[in-house]
Design a protein around this ligand. Structure first.
Ligand code: COA
Length: 264
């Protein structure tokens, strides 16, 4: 089994080595085993450290910079910058032969907010997919050759307070029967983050609501990783097989999930 290799960005981006956080190896191994044909790269950064290391004007495309400057809240600026940096890292690692400077990569958003990988204009091949998240102190992104999603979710009290907004009764049964060694908050954090990542992985169809996705399979994997299968729960109908797979784990007081659509 080939563990995921993490490259440095490019020489212009040495500043990112400090803020960069390793993606848990167990997560990368789980995906390599489950989806051996899958090509993807993931990058995680500490938001504040990334903002201190990288000036927006040097790393953002002029169009991205305009958006960045339009945000009035420093928090939103920081998370936007860190998310874009992660996406650029992941893209350049997926396509190391492209050797584009970060400012040349324009990651637009569609009208729903979904990040769009640069295409022809940057000379990148078609068929790439991107997803971005920011949660707690961190930001993350995944680039892949199939629809994908990433999510980071801090282990806050809101997970317990608003559980009925994202956890179906059948989800709860499967979680408590399978993850007997975890506390309730941890179980719910894994479900939340897997559903958010799956929503993003399926967002090329449309953005599903949390309660439209039902947990159909749940399996512990080695090293405290979990495989969750999510299906679209059409109203009244029994969900069929998983339409998105998510691999999730707990790291640094956050749940982290990567998800892939099972069909393109
Ligand atoms: C979009 C959504 C999945 C984001 O999740 P979140 O946990 O709030 O936030 P995260 O930090 O994990 O993710 C934020 C990133 O998600 C991405 N995102 C936003 N909208 C998206 C969409 N429709 N599809 C896929 N990804 C999306 C963006 O890259 C965003 O970061 P950016 O604005 O810096 O580029 C969530 O807010 C949601 O489901 N919203 C519903 C919105 C909706 O239904 N829109 C349709 C009406 S147009």
């Amino acid at each position: 089994m080939k563990p995921q290799v993490f490259f440095r960005f490019a020489k212009e981006d040495r500043g990112l080595a400090g803020p960069r956080r390793p993606v848990p190896l167990a997560l990368a191994r789980a995906i390599a085993t489950l989806l051996p044909e899958q090509r993807h790269r993931v990058a995680l950064l500490h938001q504040e450290e990334a903002a201190a290391a990288c000036a927006a004007v040097e790393y953002l495309h002029p169009e991205e910079l305009l958006r960045y400057q339009g945000f009035s809240l420093p928090k939103r600026r920081r998370e936007f910058l860190a998310g874009r940096l992660c996406a650029k890292l992941a893209l350049t690692e997926l396509l190391p032969e492209q050797a584009l400077a970060p400012r040349q990569l324009f990651i637009a958003s569609d009208p729903s907010g979904r990040p769009l990988p640069p295409g022809d204009e940057a000379g990148l091949p078609p068929g790439l997919h991107l997803s971005i998240t920011h949660g707690g102190e961190f930001a993350g992104a995944i680039a892949a050759n199939r629809p994908c999603g990433i999510d980071l979710q801090p282990l806050g009290d809101n997970l317990l307070r608003v559980r009925e907004r994202y956890c179906l009764p059948a989800d709860e049964v499967l979680l408590s029967q399978t993850l007997t060694h975890l506390g309730e908050r941890e179980r719910l954090a894994l479900l939340w983050t897997a559903k958010e990542a799956a929503k993003k992985a399926l967002s090329h169809r449309r953005m599903y609501g949390f309660l439209e996705l039902s947990l159909v399979t749940l399996r512990p994997l080695p090293d405290s990783c979990f495989l969750l299968g999510l299906a679209v729960a059409e109203s009244g109908a029994q969900p069929q097989g998983a339409e998105a797979l998510a691999v999730a784990t707990l790291v640094d007081d956050c749940a982290l999930a990567l998800s892939f659509a099972t069909e393109e």
